[in-house]
Design a protein around this ligand. Structure first.
Ligand code: GLU
Length: 456
């Protein structure tokens, strides 16, 4: 068989969303699985609705997700240009072919594609007008996911509008022919267009590519299809929030595909090895934000320390408000080491770690009320302050031992010191162990914080 050539063909008319990313990914996976070619083609013929801004978001998001294209904008290739707005000459050439084959006619200033068969007029109740029907057999689509689909395409349709612009069906098919596309993998919402496309391929006298229409993504709650406006729909948002692209890619793969065993978390190389079109589900996939968050967390957890540090640094750089002002590299590393196993996403880092980097952190009033209202917390603070100068800060367990022996001397336990100490040094009731916090903050900063709470 000849080399597989697939394309992702977005129209830059809006932000890049989950559904588009998944379509791109399934094309990319199929190309990588088969040793084929992944082409990026920009369908930007609708001048009114396209924008360069959206185009850049597409490029940026694809790169971020690791879906490098083999042919397309910025890369080139033997079948360019890869933006439809630059391909007018190709469309003119192909229109001429159809004309020469007697498959077009002009009516009302537009150019129509002519089906072959006897014609008769009928009144269409729905559209409230008389239309010309053509006696034809249904068009057959052999879809790799949906199986055999038949659809009656029995009316001629416009291929070049009266303003001279070719319509989507025409340019889409022409480019698939000109770019030697072997497999058309796209969203199921396009299945209703495919019969028109098949008839065009036949009219050009070329083999029809294989089709694979991917099931829809349903929104998290309710029956509807996920739309660009739904919460969690935009890829850019995940990038801004510090999601790991490999986690998002893994999650996207599972929206309509699975390896036929229980595995969910899988290395991309394993997915590439196993991915195939017949393995894509026919039923719709449901978007599940919790599952994505969980996926992200498990990828975060297994990042080697250096990699986590890199990602965290990049995240703080991109969010200047959260840049740890006081931190030296050693403290930053220690804090990140504490945070890595505790956070679900990088977006939690600034809040989770703020008090390490500034002495000017807020004390949670509700937590304070609760903690200070129980037992004699100020006495505990005083005792701890007294023990502080002679405490060994070299590792967590000696700090723990010191607090335990301080407690034992008063017939108390470690737990009696925990909540109030945590409140004093972090302002909250959750976080890493207080012994780790002592070690990383150091004696002097701990002292200042204990005194501060004691003085309230
Ligand atoms: N430009 C079309 C879209 O964005 C792509 C259609 C196709 O993949 O054939 O939906």
């Amino acid at each position: 068989m000849s080399q597989v050539r697939v394309r992702f063909a977005p129209s830059p008319t809006g932000f890049f969303h989950i559904g588009s990313a998944r379509t791109a990914l399934f094309n990319w996976l199929y190309a990588r699985h088969t040793g084929g070619v992944f082409i990026l083609r920009i369908e930007d013929t609708d001048k009114e609705r396209n924008s360069e801004q959206f185009l850049n978001v597409i490029y940026e998001s694809l790169r971020w997700l690791g879906m490098n294209w083999d042919e397309g904008p910025g890369i080139g290739g033997a079948f360019g240009p890869y933006r439809q707005s630059e391909r007018a000459a190709v469309y003119a050439e192909y229109l001429e072919k159809l004309r020469a084959a007697g498959r077009t006619y002009e009516k009302d200033g537009a150019t129509w594609f002519k089906l072959i068969g006897d014609r008769h007029e009928v009144f269409d109740e729905h559209r409230k007008k008389t239309v010309t029907k053509v006696n034809v057999a249904p068009t057959v689509i052999e879809d790799q996911i949906r199986g055999r689909v038949e659809r009656l395409e029995d009316e001629d349709f416009v291929i070049v509008r009266s303003d001279g612009n070719p319509v989507f069906h025409f340019v889409n098919v022409v480019d698939d022919i000109a770019m030697k596309i072997t497999h058309v993998i796209r969203g199921e919402d396009h299945l209703s267009n495919t019969s028109k496309h098949v008839e065009l391929f036949k009219a050009f006298g070329v083999p029809v590519p294989a089709f694979a229409h991917i099931p829809l993504i349903l929104k998290q709650n309710g029956p509807g299809k996920m739309s660009k406006r739904d919460q969690g729909a935009l890829i850019e948002e995940y990038q801004k929030r510090g999601f790991l692209p490999e986690a998002l890619v893994n999650f996207l793969c599972l929206l309509g595909w699975n390896p036929k065993d229980d595995r969910e978390k899988m290395a991309i190389s394993d997915i590439v090895a196993l991915f195939d079109l017949p393995g894509i589900n026919q039923s719709n996939a449901r978007f599940d934000e919790k599952k994505l968050a969980h996926m992200n967390m498990s990828y975060l957890l297994e990042l080697p320390e250096e990699k986590f540090l890199e990602r965290a640094t990049a995240f703080f750089r991109a969010h200047p408000a959260g840049v740890p002002a006081l931190a030296d590299a050693g403290v930053f590393r220690e804090v990140m080491r504490l945070a890595q196993p505790k956070i679900k996403g990088l977006e939690e880092l600034p809040a989770y770690t703020a008090y390490f980097f500034t002495d000017d952190f807020l004390i949670d009033a509700k937590v304070q009320e609760k903690v200070m209202g129980k037992g004699d917390p100020k006495a505990r603070l005083g005792e701890l302050l007294g023990a502080l100068p002679s405490m060994d800060f070299s590792n967590d367990s000696v700090i723990e031992e010191a607090i335990k022996s301080l407690a034992a001397g008063r017939g108390l336990g470690f737990g009696d010191y925990q909540a109030v100490t945590r409140l004093a040094i972090s302002g909250t009731n959750a976080g890493p162990s207080i012994t780790s916090m002592f070690r990383v903050l150091g004696r002097e900063r701990v002292r200042v914080r204990l005194e501060r709470l004691l003085a309230t």
